[in-house]
Design a protein around this ligand. Structure first.
Ligand SMILES: Cc1cc2nc3c(=O)[nH]c(=O)nc-3n(C[C@H](O)[C@H](O)[C@H](O)COP(=O)(O)OP(=O)(O)OC[C@H]3O[C@@H](n4cnc5c(N)ncnc54)[C@H](O)[C@@H]3O)c2cc1C
Length: 506
């Protein structure tokens, strides 16, 4: 019997993850990617002897990667050669001395205590609650398509309902502020929301679970760099003949008799399949690749949704060393709330912005020529703001100036030997990103999370599915791995909650 055929549009991490699952489950899988390489937002460029990452750098939730790899009888820890950062990262402030976060509450509680007496114990309790919320989320929410009432009303969910509801109906900043007063401590417990494409002043307090990752689980890194995640995903797929077609932007999803039957490519050729899954940004898939009558989520739907932020990425080659920096560095501005509000409420490029700075040469010196450092600055921006080349360059200058001051290296700008910027319009042209969003999907607001997030299945077209950061469960690499399993369950009519087992693919 011939294999059922699946087409995946887009070779992002979510698309690749699902391609392998479908391959193992006996599908013939063809992935059509508009760009010349796989990985989507996990990207890098080579310039003047440097390798600059343009995408993710935090490997969080290692058990999610491990569970995914186990579906193939493999171990992520071994194949990706993981290391744990000890300490996890460094934080620079506008007015206060620098802090180092170990990633272990037993150590970090002393840092908290030194800043605000009494908060060492409070941090222990706060993190214990974050761990509870995290475990509940992983066990009952994230791996769940919520297709059965008994999954919605599972006993542990009901038992924890009062506490969970209190976390759902208050925002993260309010939740944190009930316990901690010092602005630095609040920043440490709230900054993650940027990476979930949201603001702690808007997102539900359930995302307190991110503090479990910071103070219990820890920050990991694949020794061969983030791109090795893409290479390894592809290597896993070779056993199942997953085929990648590059420079192949899909122009249209073909629908016949209410069913997706394939895709049309730019040369007009049509490729037929039993199912079509899009890993491209949901807005692009729905409003560009489908005719209006087939759109479950048309333009008017998106007008009411909030995209994750845009971003300016500034890659710098720097002469000499920067001994104070760690692999991960954060710089928090004093006007914390104004910074988030300008991005998510006023939609204006912030005057003064918190930034993330990765210094990967601290871990892998081969990413820069001898005697040089590799820096990567991420400045979040409002979605939908297309910067001109001049604006982008001026903003990059400002980010460099801010960070030079923060790390007390006044000649940083003069030591830059090469520089590359990647801004909102690049996200648009490279990934067909909705409103130039950087992280691949909607903000994690209450009504854009869990059962309220844009579905992984078309409501109007049979055999058409979605996977990746734009759909459930959400933004980030671990979410893409979980989401691939949710989409597979939809495809195969598997209604159960919880992670897949290898036997579900046989
Ligand atoms: C700067 C940055 C930092 C980040 N940091 C982290 C981090 O530290 N940790 C973390 O876990 N996550 C991080 N993220 C988020 C994470 O990278 C993304 O959420 C994730 O990679 C999204 O993957 P995806 O599969 O949903 O989609 P994408 O990676 O966007 O892939 C979609 C693919 O579809 C292709 N495509 C689009 N349209 C078409 C078409 N018409 N035809 C064919 N192909 C098409 C695109 O070219 C792309 O390759 C970061 C993201 C960015 C940009």
């Amino acid at each position: 019997m011939s294999k059922p055929r699946a087409i995946i549009i887009g070779a992002g991490y979510g698309g690749m993850a699902l391609a392998n699952i479908l391959g193992k489950a006996g599908y013939r899988v063809d992935v059509y990617e508009k760009n010349a390489t796989a990985g989507g937002r996990i990207a890098a460029i080579h310039k003047d002897g440097y390798v600059f990452d343009l995408g993710p750098s935090w490997y969080l939730m290692p058990e999610v990667f491990e569970q995914y790899y186990q579906l193939f009888g493999e171990s992520a820890e071994t194949r990706l050669d993981l290391m744990r950062f000890n300490p996890g990262y460094k934080v620079y402030f506008e007015k206060y001395p620098t802090l180092t976060i170990q990633g272990d509450v037993d150590v970090d509680k002393h840092t908290f205590e030194a800043i605000e007496p009494g908060t060492g114990r409070k941090l222990e309790r706060y993190v214990a609650h974050s761990t509870q919320a995290y475990e509940l989320a992983v066990k009952h929410f994230l791996y769940n398509n919520f297709l059965r009432l008994r999954d919605v009303f599972a006993l542990p969910v009901i038992l924890n309902a009062p506490r969970m509801l209190s976390l759902v109906f208050t925002n993260l900043d309010r939740h944190v502020s009930r316990v901690f007063r010092d602005i630095r401590l609040k920043q440490l417990l709230e900054y993650h929301m940027v990476f979930l494409g949201s603001s702690p002043f808007q997102a539900p307090a359930i995302y307190t679970l991110m503090s479990h990752l910071d103070y219990r689980s820890g920050v990991y890194y694949p020794r061969r760099g983030m791109l090795s995640l893409v290479q390894d995903m592809q290597a896993l797929g070779t056993a199942y003949d997953v085929e990648y077609h590059y420079n192949s932007p899909v122009q249209q999803i073909l629908v016949e008799g209410g069913k997706a039957v394939g895709v049309r490519l730019p040369d007009g050729s049509e490729v037929r399949a039993d199912i079509v899954v899009s890993n491209a940004d949901m807005h692009h898939t729905e409003t560009v690749l489908l005719a209006p009558e087939h759109q479950s989520f048309p333009a008017r739907y998106w007008a009411k949704r909030q995209p994750g932020p845009g971003a300016l990425l500034v890659s710098l080659g720097v002469e000499g060393t920067l001994p104070d920096l760690m692999h991960h560095n954060l710089y928090f501005v004093d006007n914390w709330r104004e910074n988030f509000d300008s991005i998510y409420v006023d939609k204006k490029v912030p005057e003064n912005s918190s930034i993330y700075v990765c210094n990967p040469t601290k871990t892998d010196p081969s990413l820069a020529p001898d005697g040089h450092e590799n820096l990567f600055i991420l400045m979040p921006l409002p979605a939908g703001v297309a910067l001109s080349d001049d604006e982008q360059s001026q903003l990059a200058d400002r980010a460099i100036e801010l960070f030079a001051r923060a790390i007390d290296v006044p000649d940083l700008a003069q030591r830059i030997t090469t520089r590359h910027t990647f801004g909102p319009r690049d996200f648009g042209s490279e990934f067909n990103a909705w409103q130039y969003n950087a992280f691949g999907g909607e903000s994690h607001l209450l009504f854009q999370s869990v059962i309220f997030r844009t579905s992984n299945q078309s409501r109007k077209v049979k055999n058409l599915y979605y996977v990746g950061a734009g759909t459930v469960p959400g933004i980030g690499l671990p979410m893409c791995l979980i989401g691939a399993q949710l989409t597979y369950k939809k495809i195969t009519g598997n209604r159960k909650a919880g992670p897949l087992a290898e036997s579900d693919l046989l």
